[in-house]
Write a protein that binds this ligand. Structure first.
Ligand code: SF4
Ligand code: SF4
Ligand code: SF4
Length: 300
């Protein structure tokens, strides 16, 4: 196909108009429903959970129910809208006839850069300076975007409610002030749980590993996973045996999703520019051709 210089400039012009319109509207459309969350690590508080010390008494689970005024039938085995923390019992033995059970407390990880916060269209989930990712049921509209975004499967839907919403550990017990130790931490009789500044808890965790290298695996879970979390774990067995995801990146998930989302307008604009150029080229008016056709000069 032969393109004249003028044709080429026209196609570029059509593309540029599309590009300008796309660039003007696409980013705003993306930021209206969702908000980016800060990338910098939070200096707030957290909880260090030493799974090697846990004896599986479920005192933390019961204390959480009482603190949050939630019902219990004593048979909970997983997180739900009425069970915000659960003591999970994992059999880590490879031998079927010789089970070795390890208990571990689980709840919201209170991510430093929470995927749930980045997708909530009404701001019901907020990462606070205290370290907690709080949840406001009055704002929640039950869209369940946070359930899809959370890499730990934490937010749970209240299927029994006529006006269903999600629920999760919001650490409201510690969001009101840095001295308010969460009920679950207070209840632990063997001090497997410790509450404090995330930086100090990390230092404590690494000191314990250094002092007991044969007792602990050399990994503080939550230090780097998806950019870091306020809940930190120590363990004497590999974390995958306790049911933790070990395939997570150290990059905050909102960064990854936004990196992909922000490319969408550029890709769409590029495709739209190309299509508009092709459309203009294939639908040119015949009159244009007549104007540009060589003019025959009659000879005498
Ligand atoms: S921090 Fe509060 S809401 Fe979260 S598990 Fe502990 S007691 Fe329950
Ligand atoms: S664990 Fe899930 S629900 Fe909790 S802060 Fe992180 S993304 Fe949100
Ligand atoms: S209270 Fe402490 S020891 Fe008991 S189940 Fe919870 S974390 Fe484990």
């Amino acid at each position: 196909m032969n393109l004249s210089r003028r044709d080429f400039l026209k196609i570029c012009g059509a593309g540029a108009v599309t590009l300008g319109v796309g660039a003007k509207f696409a980013p705003d459309a993306l930021t209206t429903g969702s908000r980016k969350v800060p990338v910098a690590p939070f200096r707030g508080n957290g909880v260090l959970i030493d799974a090697s010390a846990c004896v599986g008494c479920k005192s933390c689970q019961r204390a959480c129910k009482i603190a949050n005024n939630l019902p219990s039938d004593g048979r909970e085995t997983s997180l739900s809208a009425t069970t915000l923390t659960i003591v999970d019992f994992k059999n880590i033995s490879p031998k079927i006839d010789q089970p070795e059970i390890k208990p571990v407390k689980k709840q919201c990880m209170h991510c430093d850069n929470p995927a749930c916060v980045s997708v909530c269209p009404v701001g019901a989930l907020v990462k606070t300076e205290s370290g907690a990712v709080t949840y406001d049921a009055d704002k929640c509209m039950g869209c369940r975007y946070c359930m899809m975004a959370c890499p730990f499967g934490v937010p749970k839907y209240d299927w029994n409610s006529p006006n269903p919403k999600i629920n999760k550990c919001a650490q409201s017990c510690m969001a009101n002030g840095k001295s308010a130790t969460p009920a679950c931490v207070q209840a632990c009789p063997v001090k497997a749980l410790a509450y404090g500044s995330r930086e100090e808890l990390l230092a404590t965790a690494h000191a314990r590993i250094a002092q007991n290298p044969t007792k602990y695996v050399n990994h503080v879970y939550g230090e780097h996973e998806i950019g870091g979390t306020s809940m930190l774990y120590l363990s004497s067995v590999p974390f995958e045996q306790l049911g933790f995801r070990t395939d997570l990146p150290s990059e905050p998930l909102p960064n990854l999703t936004w990196a992909a989302q922000e490319k969408i307008p550029a890709v769409l604009v590029a495709v739209a520019s190309l299509l508009s150029g092709i459309a203009w080229w294939t639908h040119r008016k015949p009159a244009n051709k007549l104007v540009e056709a060589p003019v025959e000069v009659p000879t005498e």
